[in-house]
Design a protein around this ligand. Structure first.
Ligand code: C2O
Ligand code: CU
Ligand code: CU
Length: 549
C-alpha cells in the first residue's frame, strides 16, 4: 500500500510500549496497546457497549432543493442500552454516542470512503492506539476496532476524522459527531435532561448554486483557516429551537474548521456557564459573552420560564478583534475603518478572493471572522412547569497545583508561530515518527506547559493569529493568561469571554498572549498529539506528537 504504511511500521517502536505501571487498568488495555492497527476484536475485552460505525458517501437535504453530497457515518448497535446511539439521520452529522462513565466500549469502524480515514475521540482519556492518531488511518475496505473504557467524567465530548493533512476537508464533509458522557454524580444534580438537554453543534459551510459543499484550501485560506458563508447548527441552516417555559441545559460545541464565536444572547441576558470541555464546573459562572474556538465546548443553563409563548431570543456571535498589532487585523474583519469591514465579504469575492493587500490577507467569507451575526434562534413554543433551580454547587473539581508539577521551575514552552507560509510549534512542522527530545514526557507526571503566541516578543507583525490549542489525553487546567501590553486593545474585545475554570482540552491562545496550563499525563504510554484546532492550521502542520514514556 502507500507510503504511510512504511511510516506506520516505523512507529511500531512506539506502539509496542505497553501501558504504564498503572494499578487501576485491567490487562486488556495492555494487550491492546501492543498492537499497531487493531482490526479485530480482542477476546478478553468484554464490552458493555458495542457499536459498528460505517463511513460512507451519502446525499442529504441540507438546503432547500438539491441534496448535498456528504460523508456520513452511520452506526449500528450490536450491544448496548437504548439511547446509546442516535444516527442524526437526514443530516451530515455523525451519530451522537451517549456513554456512561465506567462502560467498556467497542467501536468497530468500517471505512467505505474513497479515501483513507481514522476517527479520534476528542477529549477522551484512552490508550494511545485507541486515540485515532493519524498513523492508524485505514484504507477503504479496512476496519479499525477501538476498545476502551470510558474513564472521563460526565461531559460533552466529540469525535472526528484525524487523517493526516486532510482532517479539515474530512470534518467539513461530515466526519464529526458528539460523544456525550454521563455519570452518577452528574445525574444526581437533576439538571434539565431528555428534551431539555440540547446539544448544539455550530459549524460554518459554503454551498455552490447546486447546493454542494464548497471547500477550498488555497494558501490564503489555509493561513487564515476556512470560513464558510453560512452558519449551520446540528447540520441545519436557520436553526430554530422551540422551547418550553422552563430551564434548559444547552451544550454548545464549536465544530467549525476555524471560525471562532463570541456567544451572547441578543437581549443582554448573561450566559450562565455550567460546564466546559471536560464537564461541569464546580459552580455556575455568569459571562456577558463566551468565546468558543474550534474544538471547545461550553454548557449553558438557561431558564425560559419568565418568557411568554411566542417570545423569540437569538444567540449571536458578537464583534471582536483578533489581531495583535497592525497588519493582519484586516484578516479577521477587524480594522473596519481602514478596510471598510463588510466590503471584504463575499460580495467582492471575484475581485478580492485570495488576494493579498498591504501585507494582509483578505477574508474570503461573506461572514468575516469577528463580525456580528446570528447563530440560532430560540422560540418559546409552550407553557410547561419544570425544575428551574440551578444548584449553586455542581461537581467538585480537584485543583491542580503548580508546585506538584514535575517541571514546576521549568515550564515546557510551546511557541506558536506562522511564518513563511507555514504554521509551526516551536519552529517545527508535523511529521510522523519525529519525536524530539523535548517532546518526551514521563508517564504519570503532571506537566506545566505554556503556549506562547508572541507574548515573549516573537511577534513580527506578519502573521499573528489566534490559535485554539488542543492536547490529546487527559484534560488540563488553565493556570493563567498573560497578554503583552501592545495587544491589550483588541484583547479587551474578548477578554471576559474566557471560561478559565474547570477541565479543558482546548484553549484559545490570542495573539500576544501566553496561556499556562497544568496537564496530567497519567496511565497510558505512547504518542499523544498536541496541535492547533484550527483545522487548516493543523493540516498545514501545526501539530506534533508527545511521546509519553
Ligand atoms: Cu479534536 Cu487532535 O483533535
Ligand atoms: Cu483531541
Ligand atoms: Cu492555529
Amino acid at each position: 500500500m502507500k507510503k504511510t504504511n512504511l511510516q506506520r511500521r516505523k512507529l511500531l517502536k512506539y506502539a509496542g510500549i505497553g501501558i504504564a505501571g498503572a494499578v487501576t487498568y485491567p490487562s486488556w488495555t495492555q494487550a491492546a496497546s501492543e498492537l499497531v492497527r487493531v482490526n479485530r476484536p480482542s477476546a478478553d475485552f468484554l464490552p458493555d457497549v458495542e457499536i459498528e460505525l460505517t463511513m460512507n458517501t451519502a446525499d442529504v437535504a441540507v438546503l432547500q432543493g438539491e441534496k448535498t453530497h456528504i460523508w456520513k457515518i452511520t452506526g449500528k448497535v450490536i450491544k448496548g442500552p437504548s439511547g446509546v446511539l442516535d444516527n442524526n439521520e437526514g443530516t451530515y452529522l455523525a451519530p451522537t454516542l451517549s456513554f456512561k462513565k465506567g462502560q467498556k466500549v467497542r467501536l468497530i469502524l468500517n471505512n467505505n470512503l474513497p479515501a483513507q480515514s481514522i476517527l479520534h475521540w476528542h477529549g477522551l482519556h484512552v490508550p494511545a492506539n485507541m486515540d485515532g492518531n493519524p498513523m492508524y488511518a485505514i484504507d477503504r475496505g479496512e476496519t479499525y476496532v477501538y476498545e476502551f473504557e470510558i474513564l472521563n467524567r460526565a461531559g460533552t465530548y466529540f469525535y472526528h476524522s484525524h487523517t493526516h493533512s486532510v482532517t479539515a476537508r474530512q470534518v467539513y464533509s461530515g466526519l464529526a459527531g458528539l460523544l456525550i458522557v454521563s455519570d452518577d454524580q452528574e445525574q444526581a444534580l437533576n439538571l434539565p435532561n431528555g428534551d431539555f438537554d440540547v446539544p448544539l453543534v455550530i459549524q460554518d459551510r459554503s454551498f455552490d448554486d447546486q447546493n454542494q459543499l464548497v471547500y477550498s484550501a488555497h494558501m490564503m485560506q489555509r493561513m487564515q483557516g476556512f470560513l464558510g458563508d453560512q452558519i449551520l447548527v446540528n447540520g441545519k441552516p436557520n436553526f430554530v429551537l422551540p422551547v418550553a417555559t422552563r430551564a434548559y441545559r444547552l451544550r454548545l460545541v464549536n465544530g467549525s474548521n476555524s471560525r471562532i464565536y463570541k456567544l451572547a444572547w441578543d437581549d443582554g441576558t448573561p450566559l450562565t456557564v455550567i460546564g466546559v470541555d471536560g464537564g461541569l464546573l464546580e459552580s455556575p459562572e455568569q459571562h456577558a459573552y463566551v468565546m468558543l474556538s474550534p474544538g471547545e465546548r461550553v454548557e449553558v443553563w438557561m431558564d425560559f420560564s419568565g418568557r411568554a409563548v411566542g417570545n423569540e431570543l437569538t444567540m449571536r456571535s458578537l464583534q471582536f478583534d483578533t489581531s495583535a498589532h497592525g497588519a493582519m487585523g484586516m484578516m479577521g474583519g477587524g480594522h473596519r475603518g481602514m478596510m471598510g469591514g463588510g466590503m471584504m465579504g463575499g460580495r467582492h469575492r471575484g475581485m478580492m478572493g485570495g488576494g493579498m493587500m498591504g501585507g494582509g490577507m483578505m477574508s474570503v467569507s461573506a461572514l468575516p471572522s469577528g463580525s456580528d451575526y446570528p447563530l440560532l434562534k430560540i422560540r418559546v413554543a409552550k407553557k410547561e412547569q419544570g425544575n428551574n433551580t440551578l444548584p449553586k454547587i455542581l461537581t467538585p473539581i480537584t485543583a491542580l497545583h503548580v508546585k506538584n508539577a514535575a517541571n514546576a521551575a521549568n515550564p515546557r514552552t510551546i511557541a506558536l508561530s506562522m511564518e513563511h507560509m507555514s504554521a509551526l510549534l516551536n519552529g517545527r512542522s508535523y511529521k510522523m515518527d519525529d519525536v524530539q527530545p523535548d517532546e518526551i514526557i514521563p508517564v504519570n507526571s503532571l506537566q506545566l506547559i505554556e503556549f506562547d503566541n508572541g507574548f515573549g516578543g516573537g511577534m513580527h507583525g506578519m502573521m499573528n493569529m489566534p490559535h485554539p490549542m488542543h492536547l490529546h489525553g487527559e484534560q488540563f487546567q488553565i493556570v493563567k493568561r498573560e497578554i503583552s501590553s501592545g495587544s491589550s486593545d483588541n484583547y479587551a474585545t474578548v477578554a471576559s469571554g474566557f471560561v478559565n475554570s474547570g477541565w479543558k482540552d482546548t484553549v484559545l491562545v490570542m495573539p500576544g498572549e501566553k496561556v499556562t496550563i497544568l496537564k496530567p499525563f497519567n496511565d497510558f504510554k505512547g504518542l499523544f498529539m498536541y496541535h492547533c484546532h484550527n483545522l487548516e492550521h493543523e493540516d498545514m502542520g501545526m501539530m506534533r506528537d508527545f511521546l509519553i514514556n
